[in-house]
Design a protein around this ligand. Structure first.
Ligand code: TXA
Ligand code: MG
Length: 333
């Protein structure tokens, strides 16, 4: 372990000075976390091999899992990839917003090949967050940014979550407030003949299908697993075991509730009392973290989760919950 691994993480305010400082750090090759409308991202200058390599090191992320590149507008994003009619239509409808589009890399693309993890495609997105857009404009180059958590863990939706995950490992975090959407962007592969949903997220399948027609879902075809190598089964995992579709709660379990809570839980976090899926998405990761921390401290045995409807942004919520409940890799703690 070299001493260079130890840094103090600055918390920068989302004013002009904070944005300028964050942009300067990015341009100098440092790692800077910043808020978006979905979750906090761990950013680096995407054109800098060392910066991008630093993301993989700080997250302990497998090198085969590619990164999303962030841009201030669709013109900048489409300069680095080979766009097509469907991509242009979706960008017009949903950017800035929680949609990521995977397209073939353009020959002129200056993004580090590490960010594509050996694929000939690049994932691009324009986030809908004023501070993030100001940062991207000030940086003046594409910013690679996966979620700012250690690999396999719950994504962060506040500055405190980021500091808990990566404090001391990154130069700074730009405080952009809590994330409004709360689950990651929808990832759509438009690099081939079919439009393939790689990850459910902030833009609903219904909305995308209204714009470009029927999507193929990644899980339908085993070959798609290779197209998005990052989608490992266990992910978003708290330390406590997670039990889905609970219809009762054991006395030694915490409850993640959706609507009127099941009786008898030792500890409760409400995703949405009114059964509002948008509100539930915004609360999801903070809820998992809170139950994990408080439940762990009280010696509880696990987290029971009430059923969330499989429609709209509920697809993204259920995808994250399913991965949070998946068998953990050996040595996980
Ligand atoms: O909302 C979000 O998307 C957040 C914020 C920070 O923008 N970012 C995020 O990044 O969730 P990350 O790295 O945690 O998830 C990116 C997903 C991974 O599942 C990865 O495998 C997939 O996108 N991905 C990235 N590049 C890809 C590519 N070229 N082909 C296929 N999948 C790709
Ligand atoms: Mg992630």
């Amino acid at each position: 372990m070299g001493l260079s691994a130890i840094v103090v993480t600055d918390v920068l305010q989302s004013d002009a000075a904070g944005v300028a400082r964050a942009a300067h750090l990015l341009r100098a090759g440092s790692l800077v976390a910043f808020g978006t409308e979905t979750v906090y991202g761990l950013g680096a200058d995407a054109t800098d091999d060392c910066g991008v390599a630093g993301i993989f090191a700080a997250k302990e992320r497998p090198r085969f899992n590619p990164l999303i590149c962030h841009y201030p507008d669709s013109a900048a994003a489409f300069a680095d990839v080979i766009a097509n009619a469907r991509a242009v239509r979706l960008a017009a409808s949903f950017w800035p917003g929680p949609l990521t589009i995977v397209l073939p890399r353009a020959s002129r693309c200056a993004v580090s090949l590490l960010a594509s993890a050996g694929l000939d495609t690049l994932a691009v997105r324009v986030p809908a967050h004023a501070t993030a857009l100001a940062l991207l404009r000030a940086a003046g180059r594409p910013v690679a940014a996966p979620s700012a958590n250690r690999s396999g863990r719950v994504s962060p939706t506040t500055v405190q979550h980021v500091l808990g995950e990566l404090g001391g490992k990154i130069a700074a975090v730009l405080d952009s407030g809590p994330c409004a959407v709360g689950v990651e962007s929808t990832v759509l592969d438009l690099s081939g003949p079919d439009a393939v949903l790689l990850r459910a997220g902030g833009v609903t399948v219904e909305a995308i299908e209204a714009a470009i027609g029927k999507l193929r879902h990644r899980d339908d075809h085993a070959s798609d697993v290779l197209r998005s190598p990052g989608l490992l089964a266990s992910h978003y995992a708290p330390t406590l075991p997670v039990r889905l579709d609970a219809t009762d709660v054991r006395r030694d379990e915490a409850l993640l509730a959706y609507g009127p809570p099941l009786p008898g839980a030792a500890l409760l976090f409400q995703l949405s009392a009114e059964r509002d899926l948008t509100e539930a998405a915004a609360n999801l990761f903070a809820g998992l973290r809170a139950l994990d921390a408080d439940g762990g401290a009280r010696g509880l045995a696990g987290i029971a989760v009430m059923r969330v409807p499989q429609r709209g942004i509920g697809l993204a919520i259920n995808d994250r919950l399913k991965r949070a409940a998946a068998p953990r890799p050996p040595g996980y703690r």
